[in-house]
Write a protein that binds this ligand. Structure first.
Ligand SMILES: [Zn+2]
Length: 740
């Protein structure tokens, strides 16, 4: 194939292809295309598609372009059967089984069916063989108005013998005929249906196959090489397909109801066997040399298999001979995906052959993947067993996690991936568990509160609600952008920070809103917001993690399937980029504050005076979040590196007392839990301590402690109540006892 002759236009068209990753375009693919050379498409192989060239000793060559052309030139006789079913008849409309010869003529529609078929057949037909049943004879007459050839009637292709069921409507048989009811009982057992003798003394399908086998043999013997139109019945079409193409029993049953307007073609060799283009069949064909008259054999060469692969878009539709409109509709393909070495093979040959045949590209987008290697960087090898069993991975982490691991990995960017189970496990414990916990949290509390989604939810002014909705909008845009450009890594990776923000920030910061007893607007807004986020998130994740997305979506909405929903094109509210940035800044300040505390060895329960941030001033709601998270009395600002904070670590008596009070509160809560008290139980607290500092805290902070542990009173007394314990807090010891 003279590739160099079309190279220039092939290079030009290649500009239209979108590649993911995009460096493939001018890299691996583009470079290879630039260096394209002429292509030898012939191979010496035992088995492949044949090259249709017959070459004579005298030098003359004959090239054939189709089975029909080959038939016309072949010395051996190839018989062609064109099969049509009779047009619709009255028995078809009434649902009657009939093999009576002179009954049930064509309906008006049936006559139109026959006219339609007549106009569809363009072959030069030598004769018509029809079933002797009236509806087939009428159909043959209508078609023959155009052909004007002899008609033969053959009992071998007559309708199935229905025995005692003949000329009876099926609904009647269903009601009154025991034998028919017995037959219908086995409706789903195709083998039984296949061997069932109809109406006791009639034929089974197996019987029909036997007589069709005889018919085909007799026909090729009597009319070798002829083109014959067969006008018969659905069951006969099914039997011919079964014999020539080995179609399944299920397909057989379907073909019995073949469309009245369908035209089927069958080619038979001299022995009644199917003639097709497989090498072993074609190699038996010899031609007569048009120049010297010698008998000529085909050259032994076959086609390079890449020629088949590259021809696939045309070959599958028999384009350009048939289906031109259909081809124009589906070509070029929207996208194809394969691994990087196909830049020199499949991608390349598709492009070259398409450039030659249509002058257009074969595909608009190509997703190119790398190779998945074993953890040690070597090829995965069954012999070495240097990789974990995929089925085990799926059992252990789920198909979603494995799929997500791959779509977020460099393998989707045409790079190699060293498959590490530890990374898959991390993903599973990370994003998947976070997502599932977020969903479970919502379901647990929504069920307790019997909350249900509102048709037209109000707009929440809560900063966390506004932020997560805005972030959801941003996520929706990012996923759409990635998908539109076929950049699946970009699309799928966007979920990781989002789920972290949802679980570790939105829900963690909002927990108290779900826990509180009153059903106020704030609580309703929290529910509505989390519901909105989970529903949209499951739609967005559906292509990447189809199972978990389906589970969440179906349970939350009661709909049939997330996979039947439209993919979200935009978020629920406008994206507030400023708020998104401020919140991520807030999270950053909190992280800096907490790590600074950890560095100084001060527990988070111990309040501190202040945190000084060197970046831009945060608004008051966000400041409050920082103060609570880092447990400081105030947030201040100062000049300096915006990526740093200063924590005032100086301890005052007041801060120290509060810190100790917090320890005592935590200890008392533990005691409550161990005592098995209910969350809403009110209690009495008795305490005894020799430590002056703790004693002072118990007196001064009594109000705070009482409030936090739901106590009526906090009394210095050594009288035990229901549950008691002695604890070390800082340097001192304290005995605590609680009771309802
Ligand atoms: Zn010759």
């Amino acid at each position: 194939m003279a590739v160099t002759k079309i190279k220039e236009s092939a290079l030009k068209h290649a500009e239209e292809i979108n590649w993911s990753p995009d460096h493939i375009k001018n890299g691996r693919f583009g470079k290879w295309l630039e260096g394209a050379r002429d292509w030898s498409i012939s191979r010496q192989r035992f088995w492949a598609s044949v090259i249709p060239i017959w070459k004579c000793e005298c030098g003359e060559m004959v090239v054939t372009g189709s089975i029909d052309e080959l038939r016309a030139k072949s010395i051996q006789k190839i018989t062609k059967l064109i099969f049509v079913r009779h047009g619709e008849s009255e028995k078809n409309v009434l649902g009657v089984l009939s093999n009576t010869h002179d009954k049930w003529p064509l309906t008006e529609k049936g006559k139109e069916d026959a006219e339609h078929v007549k106009n569809k057949i363009n072959d030069k037909v030598d004769l018509i063989i029809a079933s002797p049943i009236l509806r087939a004879r009428e159909t043959a007459d209508i078609i023959n108005a155009k052909m004007n050839v002899p008609i033969e009637y053959d009992n071998l292709i007559a309708e199935q013998d229905y025995g005692l069921w003949n000329d009876k409507p099926m609904d009647h048989l269903q009601k009154f005929d025991k034998d028919y009811q017995e037959y219908q009982k086995n409706k789903h057992d195709v083998e039984t249906r296949f061997n069932y003798k109809f109406g006791k003394m009639g034929e089974s399908r197996q019987d029909i196959i036997k007589r069709i086998e005889k018919f085909l043999l007799e026909t090729v013997k009597k009319y070798p090489g002829k083109t014959i139109l067969i006008v018969s019945h659905g069951g006969i079409n099914a039997a011919i397909h079964r014999l020539l193409h080995g179609s399944s029993t299920a397909e057989y049953l379907m073909r019995e109801e073949i469309d009245h307007r369908k035209v089927d073609e069958f080619y038979l060799d001299w022995s009644g066997k199917p003639f097709d283009l497989h090498k072993d069949v074609v190699d038996q064909i010899t031609l007569e040399c048009p120049k010297c008259g010698l008998e000529v054999r085909r050259i032994p060469d076959v086609l390079d298999t890449w020629f088949d692969s590259g021809s696939m878009p045309f070959a599958q539709l028999h384009y350009p001979f048939d289906n031109r409109e259909k081809f124009d509709k589906i070509a070029p393909a929207d996208y194809i995906a394969e691994y990087q070495d196909q830049c020199r093979a499949w991608f390349y040959y598709l492009h070259i052959i398409s450039s030659a045949v249509t002058g257009k590209i074969a595909f608009k987008n190509a997703v190119v993947s790398g190779t998945i290697l074993a953890e040690d960087g070597r090829k995965m090898s069954k012999r070495l067993k240097n990789y974990p069993d995929p089925n085990e991975m799926i059992d252990k982490y789920g198909a979603d996690a494995l799929r997500f691991y791959l779509t977020t990995s460099p393998v989707m960017q045409a790079e190699n991936l060293n498959f590490k189970e530890s990374e898959l496990a991390e993903l599973y414990r990370g994003i998947f568990r976070m997502l599932w916990n977020s969903y479970s949290f919502f379901v647990l509390y929504a069920n307790i509160d019997k909350w249900s989604a509102q048709e037209k939810p109000g707009v929440s002014s809560n900063i966390l609600d506004r932020w997560i909705i805005s972030l959801l909008g941003q996520l929706t845009n990012e996923v759409n952008d990635g998908m539109e450009s076929y950049n699946l890594v970009k699309a799928s990776r966007a979920f990781v920070p989002f789920v972290d923000n949802l679980s570790n920030w939105y829900i963690r910061r909002s927990r108290k809103r779900f826990w509180k007893t009153e059903n106020d607007d704030d609580k309703v807004n929290a529910y509505q917001t989390l519901y909105t986020v989970l529903v949209q998130l499951s739609k967005l994740m559906a292509p990447f993690t189809p199972f978990i997305a389906e589970e969440i979506y179906k349970n939350l909405t009661g709909s049939i399937s997330v996979h039947l929903e439209d993919f979200p094109k935009e978020g629920q509210g406008a994206v507030d980029s400023e708020l998104n940035n401020e919140m991520s800044e807030t999270r950053k300040v909190v992280e800096l504050g907490l790590s600074s505390r950890a560095g100084a060895g001060i527990k988070v329960r111990q309040p501190l005076q202040s945190l000084t941030y060197h970046g831009k001033q945060l608004n008051r709601e966000l400041e409050a979040i920082v103060a609570e998270e880092v447990n400081v009395k105030m947030v201040q600002y100062g000049a300096g590196d915006p990526n740093t904070i200063d924590l005032d670590l100086r301890m005052t008596d007041e801060l120290k007392s509060e810190g100790l009070a917090r320890e005592i509160i935590r200890t008392t809560q533990e005691l409550r839990k161990n005592a098995g008290f209910k969350v809403e139980d009110r209690i009495h607290v008795h305490y005894k301590t020799e430590d002056n500092l703790l004693d002072k805290v118990m007196v001064e902070m009594a109000d705070l402690i009482r409030r936090e542990v739901l106590a009526y009173d906090v009394i210095s007394s050594d009288q035990p109540l229901e549950k008691s314990g002695e604890y070390s807090i800082e340097s001192g010891k304290i005995w605590l006892s609680i009771g309802r």
